[in-house]
Design a protein. Sequence first.
Length: 123
Amino acid sequence: MVFDTFGAALFAIFLLMLPPARRQIRQGLAQFSGAKSGWFFINTLTDFLAQVCLKKAFALSTSAGMVSIITQVQSIYGIIAGVALTVLYPAAFHENISVKTISRKLIGTGIMISGIYVAIFGL
């Protein structure tokens, strides 16, 4: 888990060398509020817990492939969340929820899951 964040931290140092990136960072810090700080904390904590659970699953599982397949199921949750937020809060969230688009996303998810399954377990 350390190496995941270590690489991002190293890359962030190089971003500071780019003037447009420095300007965006300054603007972001100027607009940073208590509410944004709370959301950022919740997001970071959730990501941290997810990473810990994923690493623990890899450590406990007899097959890393099963963990990969189960991890791919999260894209289904993302599709469901996008549809739900668009229906419940259309002024704040806009997702194309036509049958054609949702079908494409679900087919893509199915292809990813089956591809991982075939790659790891064979036919």
